[in-house]
Write a protein that binds this ligand. Structure first.
Ligand code: HEC
Length: 276
């Protein structure tokens, strides 16, 4: 997508999100009933710019790339080598080869390093796209995420490490910390709350959690003119809490995602999402 298209898309999101606030306040779709912004989001979802990231991600997945000139067709994201369908529904999960619980981003990172020979630090440096440079991970996550569309979130906690990560994530969600003494639940524990025009989902309610996870991230963010992944979303909320930067693909980030995704089990996947 060139810079002009991006600006146009961003303007569209802005217009779409601002206009309907006064026009329409009753949407019959669950937690968004209070939220006129949902109407704008709906309009955009019908023509989601994120689909471009899905297409680019598919090419990146199938093309032979990197120092080892290999595609990701041997990358095991949890459902067997090269399988993308159903992957998003069951991540994070434990992987024996790394002896770690991994989310989609950290697992793709493993494959790009191990199979394709990319340097970990290069991928991590370019993890978040900018107007000048697209992120390969953001495209890959969009492609793999969309491959589970229509399926339901079904994260299992069979392995001891998966249960530990869930517990750690739950702890992090409720634990107040940092100079502002915020926990995630400080901002995400009540329905119908907003910061300025931004709706704050209540993530202690399963139906709102399912919406956030199964139809949320990866999401095309109008204000960023790109798709962002859950790793970025969490990084952003850590920043809002004035905590130390959340390490990309760190255990803490995967623990929180394990907690969130498990709590969203049953939610029907529809990705990429569209967000402000
Ligand atoms: C200071 C308030 C605040 C705190 C604390 C906070 N967030 Fe957020 N969170 C936000 C805002 C604001 C948004 C974005 C809403 C928007 O722009 O539409 C958001 C969005 C999100 C979303 C995406 C919601 C959606 O509908 O797609 C997730 C997931 C999330 N936060 C997780 C967390 C987690 C996990 C923590 C704790 C580590 C946390 N947040 C802490 C304010 C906060």
């Amino acid at each position: 997508m060139n810079a002009r298209c991006r600006i146009a898309a961003a303007a569209m999101v802005f217009a779409a999100t601002v206009y309907p606030v006064s026009a329409q306040n009753k949407a019959a779709d669950g937690f968004k009933a209070y939220d006129g912004l949902a109407v704008g989001r709906q309009m955009l979802a019908e023509d989601n710019p994120g689909d471009l990231w899905v297409e680019r991600g598919q090419r990146l997945f199938n093309d032979k790339r990197g120092p080892k000139n290999t595609s990701l067709e041997r990358c095991d994201l949890g459902q067997g080598p090269g399988v993308v369908k159903g992957v998003f529904a069951t991540l994070p999960r434990y992987f024996a080869d790394t002896n770690k619980v991994q989310d989609l981003e950290s697992r793709l990172l493993t494959c790009m390093v191990e199979l394709q020979g990319f340097k970990r630090e290069d991928i991590v440096r370019d993890r978040f796209g900018t107007l000048d440079k697209d992120s390969e991970l953001e495209a890959l996550v969009s492609y793999v995420g969309a491959a589970s569309n229509g399926l339901r979130m079904n994260v299992r906690l069979n392995h001891a490490q998966e249960r530990e990560m869930y517990k750690a994530g739950e702890y992090a969600f409720y634990r107040r910390s940092g100079p502002l003494d915020f926990a995630c639940v400080t901002c995400h524990g009540e329905s119908g709350k907003r910061i300025r025009l931004q709706e704050l989902p209540n993530m202690t309610k399963p139906e709102e959690m399912r919406e956030v996870i199964a139809t949320g991230w990866p999401a095309y963010r109008g204000t960023h003119s790109t798709v962002r992944t859950m790793q970025h979303r969490l990084y952003d909320c850590f920043w809002q809490m004035r905590l130390a930067d959340l390490g990309f693909a760190s255990d803490l980030s995967v623990a929180i995602t394990t907690y969130l995704n498990y709590s969203a089990n049953g939610g029907e996947i529809k990705l990429p999402g569209v967000r402000r």
